[in-house]
Design a protein around this ligand. Structure first.
Ligand code: GLU
Length: 305
């Protein structure tokens, strides 16, 4: 498997030249456009690292999976889906377009920015500090890494420039979808997106989801079974922005991407995979990451369909 991972990465290195690092968050523009690395962490705790696996990156939208897990555990399925839908969106991740016309102004799903801001508002905690600490502790547990922390340069950069997210959050407040202090919720959202990790951390998070919510390294249940099932379903239908359908056809596993260049993928009952490649395609997915996942799916017969 190590050789397969190495070859798939090396065969797709050149494509990173056709992508661009995200620049709308100025600090992300410093990402290494040429980097491509991955980790496979299986449900028996074997870890395979190849390529530029030492590249640190911020999780960005991959945090939406962790936030959804917390929101579902803290509120239950009915309460969460009364405020956010579970249908795929054909619009970009930061779009405001559908909010006005959607029934009750509910965001389409938890993985577009509007939906993730709603989920952030639902995470337990009386203020931003408590809410962030809930999300932070959850990712530490899911990755079995207590040292995970926020990249404060990225966080400050997001906070300074996140005006579209601010517009989304204030709209949702006006529509009574989110309660409590908007700036506090946004602060938690920006911090969650700015959590800095390595591919091995994210492959471990994915391995817990692949192992039906139980940590492979301790056999401790970290995610209730029903929550785990819902999260996999939404990753499959909504995880790769407006290319989730194409990813399902070409790769065929639940996954979530982020503009920091990560793709987290869950191969049920087998393994978690994380790829990092900061050069993005025009949809916001890691251009090399998508190709690595396509190659791995072919070589290791990963599709669940
Ligand atoms: N923090 C980013 C934003 O809100 C996350 C976007 C993403 O990774 O899709 O714009």
């Amino acid at each position: 498997m190590k050789t397969i991972l190495k070859n798939v990465i090396e065969n797709n290195r050149d494509i990173t030249k056709f992508g661009q690092v995200a620049t709308y968050i100025p600090e992300l523009a410093k990402g290494n456009r040429d980097a491509l690395g991955a980790c496979i962490f299986d449900t028996s705790c074997n870890s395979i690292l190849e390529g530029d696996y030492e590249t640190k990156f911020t999780i960005q939208s991959v945090s939406k999976v962790v936030t959804l897990i917390c929101a579902l555990i803290d509120n239950g399925k009915e309460a969460v889906f009364s405020k956010v839908g579970n249908e795929p969106s054909a619009d970009p991740f930061n779009s405001l377009l559908k909010l006005e016309i959607q029934e009750n102004h509910k965001p389409l799903n938890p993985f577009i920015n509007a939906g993730a801001i709603v989920c952030t508002s639902l995470v337990s905690g009386d203020n931003g500090i408590e809410k962030f600490s809930r999300i932070h502790n959850m990712i530490k547990k899911l990755s079995n890494n207590d040292d995970i922390d926020v990249n404060y340069s990225v966080y400050n950069s997001e906070k300074l420039t996140g005006n579209t997210n601010r517009a989304i959050a204030y709209y949702l407040k006006g529509a009574n979808i989110i309660e409590k202090d908007v700036e506090d919720i946004l602060d938690t959202y920006f911090k969650s997106c700015s959590i800095e990790v390595l591919v091995e951390d994210i492959a471990k998070v994915a391995s817990v989801i692949a192992n039906n919510g139980v940590a492979p390294w301790s056999n401790e249940r970290l995610i209730p079974e029903e929550v785990n099932r819902i999260v996999k379903a939404i990753m499959t239908t909504c995880g790769l922005y407006d290319t989730s359908g194409t990813f399902s056809v070409n790769v065929g596993v639940p996954a979530k991407s982020g503009v920091g260049g990560c793709i987290m993928a869950v191969v049920p009952n087998r393994m978690g995979i994380a790829v990092v490649g900061p050069a993005l395609d025009k949809h916001g997915n890691s251009i090399g990451g998508v190709k690595v996942m396509e190659g791995l799916s072919r070589e290791l017969n990963l599709s669940i369909f």
